[in-house]
Design a protein around this ligand. Structure first.
Ligand code: NDP
Length: 271
């Protein structure tokens, strides 16, 4: 029987994940299909049970379900537990869901591929939402001197308490003023999706890594380039977290560079 995989979220129609995963399924001659499945807030538990009953082999989970997926899974991997969110569900041999997080190791891979050293360096993390938690976990474990900047200070404080106890905390406005001190900036703010743009100070060659991609990142990346930052978008992280999910489901490691190039071509074609 053809197996089902997919990404569940809301909204989810824009997701590049079906394109990425269906290519790998074909390439590895796996009889399965990966679909974008719109699941509304409050409907996750029913959807997960129904997908198990219909033989689903694995799922990715995106907004707004990452925390609920962790709570509803029968077992939870160490990284997902530490971060408090799951972006991957793996069907176990007993027919239950195990929750994993590949956002964090996916982000770590992009630091390696991009040759971005963070140990002992000043790294400013903009944002304190779900994605920032995965990023903060990696940066803390790699020994970055971390400054957390967020509009809602209480959310940054909660993040620091859980995952980055040594981090300095600033309001977003103050963080932006002090940004020239940063060797590396990781932007996890979602405001670009709503047409917002960050006003950035000038940099003499610091790195501005926006984990969004496509239209959601275009304006902030253009502003960063104008102000002298070296820029990177989140497409590599998307592909890396997808590859790590694929590996959890099938034990196969896809070719990251080739997948990144294909995804870039697609993104440029649809923009
Ligand atoms: P959340 O909704 O959990 O967090 C959003 C963050 O953006 C919060 O820090 C929020 O601040 C801030 N924010 C939103 N609007 C504004 C605004 N107008 N002004 C200032 N701050 C604002 O989202 P996620 O953390 O899950 O995702 C964040 C981004 O990362 C998204 O763009 C998503 O697409 C991207 N992402 C990319 C991935 C990849 O693989 N490349 C993986 C996961 C996410 P506050 O706390 O004050 O509300």
């Amino acid at each position: 029987m053809r197996r089902l995989l997919g990404v569940i979220g809301d909204p989810v129609a824009h997701s590049l994940s079906p394109y990425i995963h269906n290519h790998w399924l074909r390439e590895n001659e796996i009889d399965a299909v990966y679909a974008a499945l719109e699941v509304k807030s409050g409907e996750l538990a029913a959807a997960l049970t129904s997908l198990l009953n219909h033989g689903a082999a694995g799922l990715n989970v995106t907004l707004p379900h990452k925390e609920d997926a962790l709570r509803l899974a029968s077992s939870v991997g160490d990284t997902a537990r530490r971060i408090g969110a799951a972006n991957t569900l793996v069907r176990t041999p007993a027919g239950e869901w195990r929750a994993e997080n590949t956002d964090a190791p996916g982000f770590a891979l992009t630091l390696d591929y991009g040759d971005i050293a963070v140990e002992g360096r000043d790294v400013f993390l903009l944002g304190a939402g779900g994605a920032a938690r995965a990023v903060a976990d990696v940066l803390t474990r790699r020994g970055a001197r971390l400054t957390l900047c967020n509009r809602t200070i209480a959310r940054a404080e909660a993040l620091a308490l859980d995952l980055a106890p040594a981090a300095r905390i600033l309001s977003l406005d103050e963080g932006l003023k002090q940004l020239p001190k940063a060797a590396v900036v990781i932007n996890t703010l979602s405001l670009g999706h709503a047409g917002g743009v960050l006003e950035l100070p000038a940099s003499a060659g610091g790195i501005f890594y926006d984990i969004s991609y496509g239209k959601g990142a275009a304006a902030s990346l253009a502003e960063a380039s104008r102000k002298g930052w070296r820029t990177l978008d989140g497409l590599g992280m998307l592909v890396a977290q997808a590859a790590l999910s694929f590996e959890l489901w099938f034990g196969i490691t896809p070719d990251l560079a080739a997948a990144h190039a294909r995804a870039r071509t697609l993104l440029e074609a649809v923009q």
